[in-house]
Ligand binder design. Structure first.
Ligand code: 5GP
Ligand code: MG
Ligand code: MG
Length: 189
């Protein structure tokens, strides 16, 4: 059984993703060039953001640091339980630094609205959010960025459960180089 098993349709191909990631990296690089202070810290939300973070930072044209946080909110289903908990915190001291929080997908907004105040409390002078996908139709929680922080997004995502390019269903499909809609038969059993 290949990794493609259960994919109903492809939303963004590997080439489309690469093109958009390059655009985002150029935009963020341009914004960071003008920002005072030490190198920015790109904080990936594990595990889903790992491929996006890796592709994004390779195209940022400035010195930067990389770290991860881990947040538990999902379990193995397809619905957020609404109460994210930070289960693994930063290693890097972000006091006085610009932080770019890198997410695979902002859905209800619970995860970023838990992480942004946490990063502010740790002394970040700005917190931006760079999410590969944005599902505004499902937003439940409003979030405020910190300082001069901006919201960057790769693509607006339809209201379907998607996998690939780092995103999983029950820890599988993360290795797909494209993003596709998972056939609901895979989880409505
Ligand atoms: P939130 O609801 O807190 O904004 O999103 C929490 C997390 O749920 C996201 O970072 C992502 O990891 C996961 N998530 C939300 N929508 C999807 C989806 O369509 N597919 C997958 N694989 N994960 C999703
Ligand atoms: Mg995530
Ligand atoms: Mg997941």
């Amino acid at each position: 059984m290949g990794s493609e098993f259960g994919i109903e349709r492809i939303l963004w191909t590997e080439q489309e993703i690469a093109g958009r990631v390059a655009e985002l990296a150029a935009e963020i690089s341009g914004d960071l060039i003008g920002a005072a202070g030490p190198p920015a810290v790109f904080v990936g939300v594990a595990t889903g953001a790992f491929l996006f973070l890796a592709d994004l930072v390779r195209r940022i044209t400035l010195p930067l640091a990389v770290d991860f946080v881990r947040v538990e909110s999902y379990g193995s289903g397809t619905e957020s339980n609404g109460a994210p908990k930070i289960s693994s915190d930063l290693k890097i001291d972000i006091r006085g630094k610009h932080v770019v929080l890198v997410e695979d997908i902002v859905d209800t907004g619970n995860t970023v609205s838990c992480l942004i105040p946490h990063l502010r409390t740790k002394g970040a002078i700005s917190v931006s959010v760079c999410t590969f996908l944005d599902k505004p139709a499902r937003r439940k929680v409003h979030f405020e960025l910190v300082g001069e922080g901006k919201f960057y997004r790769g693509f607006e995502c339809p209201d379907s459960f998607v996998v690939g390019y780092g995103m999983d269903y029950d820890e599988l499909y993360r290795n797909l180089p494209y993003v596709g809609v998972l056939n609901p038969e895979m989880y409505n059993k």
